[in-house]
Design a protein around this ligand. Sequence first.
Ligand SMILES: NC(=O)c1ccc[n+]([C@@H]2O[C@H](COP(=O)([O-])OP(=O)(O)OC[C@H]3O[C@@H](n4cnc5c(N)ncnc54)[C@H](O)[C@@H]3O)[C@@H](O)[C@H]2O)c1
Length: 461
Amino acid sequence: MPDTPTRRDFVKTAGVVAASAAPAIQKVKAANNQVQFGFIGTGSRGQYLLKHMKDADLGRCVAVCDIFEPNLKKGAAAIGSNPKTFKDYRELLSYKDVDCVLIATPLFQHFPVTRDALLAGKHVFCEKSLVFRPEEVHALRALANERSKQVLQVGLQRRYSKFYQTARQMIDQGMLGQVTHASAQWHRNTFSRDPWNRALPPGLTDRQYNWRKYREFSGGLTAELASHQIDIADWMFGSHPEFVVGVGGTDYVKDGRDIYDNIQLIFKYPKGQKLTYTSISTNEHLSMFGGSRNQFGEVIMGTEGTIEITVGTDDEPAIGLWFREPKKAEVTPAGAKKEPAAVASASLASTGKGQRSLPILFERDQRNPNDSFLVKELKFARQWLYAKGVMVPEEDRNPVDVELDHFLECVRSGGRPKADLEIGLADSTAVMLANLAMDEGRRVYFSEIDKLGRGQTKKPA
Ligand SMILES: NC(=O)c1ccc[n+]([C@@H]2O[C@H](COP(=O)([O-])OP(=O)(O)OC[C@H]3O[C@@H](n4cnc5c(N)ncnc54)[C@H](O)[C@@H]3O)[C@@H](O)[C@H]2O)c1
């Protein structure tokens, strides 16, 4: 029989999330108390973020900028606050009403725009992957540290998800035992839908519009997709990799792209931990969550349990499941081992039955000693329903909304973002070195970044 979740399991899961803290947000609507922000790069992601900022209490969009007129108009329409429009981001940066900027340009433009924004005294939110080239890692670290009072946040929204925060707390509480491995995938099928091959608007070339396909502008699958998930492994392991090996190929998608269409990576962390990573462009099946989701998810494995997790979107909730490892063999008083069923059946070439999953639980579902009898029973009932699959725990806010509010709050209070400079630089470093490992077919050590990009700072266009 698979283990049935018990009342004790619920209490144990619930107990770890006490500190799960969404940023405390002061409700202000007074115009003079709002952060005035500008937005640079109002393409697909930019418009999405602007829509999410439309009703932000903490900030007001006063300026938008894009070099491509149709996107500039769409960006202004998405926020609806009648912002000033600019085609040159330097003009936006010299507009004195702008306290801070959000940047969602293509990757190769992240560094020059972020650098100029910091130099102009603005706080910055920049989409992932933070920087593109090794020299930019060093240059941005130096500049941001000189200007440490300016906020610098990176668009790694999983850092703002209660599910991922709870997973990290479960690890801290020892609920997975010793965490030794993680695996992650982001699989797409470009033959059924290819968001990187957008139909060209008049006047733009494929290289300009579908920039993700070209190494001159893009870090490919590693930068665009893996960056989110490598950051999760770093967070869950509590360290950065020692080295990476990998194989990539442009084997199936023959449309002129020079990035890899499939990548397989292994990152080795201190203490022997490994992240195995795969991103392909020919199949989007996800072997987690019983086929209820596709494309992307992560698995964190420890000696006592596993977490399967994926982030929510506007349309789908996040999912976080916890599986326990089989119980240890019991030792009888006489000292003889009594094998549990799964182990005994190994001699019959069976691995034993799987464990039932337990949902990851949030603050509102936790039971605490001060709860009234009625509240305790209600929480228990909800936890029971979660475990039976009748209800699923859901985040009350999309982590993208949380990250954006958090940025504005940090700008107001001088607070430190969860996804800060060093998290962004570590993530970008992992992207660059993983690509190097695949390009050169060798083990690339993370210490190499110290030498890479020194003395070759390019003047960006
Ligand atoms: N966090 C996430 O989950 C997430 C999701 C999607 C995209 N992104 C990131 O957002 C960024 C943008 O992606 P996208 O899909 O919106 O790309 P996109 O091509 O749709 O949009 C980029 C926009 O930037 C504009 N632009 C280019 N150079 C500019 C410059 N110098 N000044 C002003 N505007 C300029 C382009 O004209 C375009 O409108 C990328 O870095 C991507 O990785 C993050």
